[in-house]
Design a protein around this ligand. Structure first.
Ligand code: CP
Length: 349
């Protein structure tokens, strides 16, 4: 008798159909009319910060993402012949793979640097000179760099767009775009100009807005839909989690923000719970609020969704994976379509 090696080899899992879960993006598309005039303004522009996007651009990018998600043949291969320079100088699973997946799905080719020590930087070459070379070798750069300023230095010299895939503790705007795409798929009516009081939602962010680039960019996007949010509750173990001017800037956009160090007493009132516990700093990571943990025993509101930029640690128990609260995997999957929307808007021919 042949010994069984693994149950999945005997009984393989059926692969996901592309139509699985398309009801939500379809509902999103019905909520707003297609009008890509605002996203056309993104053509040939670099993306450094979530601040660069207007509310209309955010909404139309999500609508375009929904179109990519629901229409398999939509916009096929617009990037044929175009080259992405994928420069990731810091560990990444999702951002790098999803950007590279996006580019290939859109028909383009990719050249990659994963370690600056394999470039002239190891010989003392300046970032400016590296950027000047990139002008000739590719059509767009996607950069993840521990050095917050590197993207600004390269921007000075680049004549092709550069996309911020995470710059130190500063920002991660395309992650926040994926977060918003998940939120709008969950509740498409939050995209409306007028959201009635009974449709407004309470959002909790378990994390540190001063240290976590994902949270910083997300808050900037949330400030674009402040009309749809009752309150954003920051749950963290420090009383002053913001950098200079950050809170004031968000409040000036109409966002109502409260800071607390309590998690479980807030959970029964939260419609969206966003959680992250690490900030990548230099060549390692800082942990923030490791005492805050979500599990299937947490007092979550019925119908509440959990978002997490991932990678997760002990703050997010795997026993939530098979519950209705798990939107973090859908959030990561949707990042492909959100980035397709962004890249196809930036690279115009
Ligand atoms: N969300 C995110 O940035 O994940 P990676 O670090 O795996 O890219």
């Amino acid at each position: 008798m042949v010994k069984k090696i693994h149950p999945k080899l005997e009984d393989p899992v059926e692969s996901e159909s592309w139509t699985e879960g398309i009801e939500q993006p379809l509902a999103l598309m019905e909520q707003v009319d297609e009008d890509f005039a605002s996203t056309a303004e993104l053509a040939n522009h670099s993306v450094i910060s979530a601040k660069q996007f207007s509310r209309d651009q955010l909404i139309q990018l999500c609508r375009l993402a929904a179109k990519f998600e629901t229409q398999q043949s939509f916009g096929q291969f617009p990037l044929t012949g175009k080259i992405l320079i994928s420069a990731f100088y810091e560990p990444s699973t999702r951002t790098r793979l999803s950007f590279e997946s996006v580019w290939q799905r859109l028909g383009g080719d990719i050249i990659t640097i994963t370690d600056p020590a394999t470039t002239g930087i190891a010989k003392g070459e300046s970032l400016s000179d590296v950027a000047e070379m990139m002008n000739h070798y590719g059509d767009v750069v996607v950069l993840r760099d521990t050095n917050e300023q590197a993207i600004y230095e390269m921007l000075e010299v680049l004549r092709i767009p550069i996309i911020n895939a995470g710059n130190g503790t500063d920002e991660h705007p395309t992650q926040a775009l994926a977060d918003m795409y998940a939120i709008f798929k969950w509740r498409p009516q939050l995209m409306q100009d007028d959201v009635s009081d009974d449709q407004k939602v309470m959002m909790g962010i378990v994390g540190n807005p001063g240290r976590m680039r994902t949270v910083r960019s997300l808050l900037l996007f949330l400030s674009r839909i402040s009309q749809a949010l009752n309150e954003v509750v920051i749950i963290c173990n420090t009383t002053e989690p913001f950098i200079d001017g950050q809170l004031e800037e968000l409040e000036a956009e109409g966002l109502k923000i409260r800071v607390t160090n309590e998690l479980d007493s807030e959970l029964p009132n939260l419609d969206i719970v966003y959680i992250n516990a690490i900030a990548w700093v230099g060549n390692t990571y800082e942990e923030h609020g490791i005492e805050y943990k979500l599990s299937n025993d947490s007092p979550l509101k019925e119908g509440a969704i959990i978002l997490h930029p991932l990678a997760r640690g002990e703050e997010l128990s795997t026993d939530l994976d098979d519950t209705q609260h798990n939107w973090y995997f859908a959030q990561a999957r949707g990042a492909v379509f959100a980035r397709m929307a962004l890249m196809s808007s930036i690279v115009r021919f």
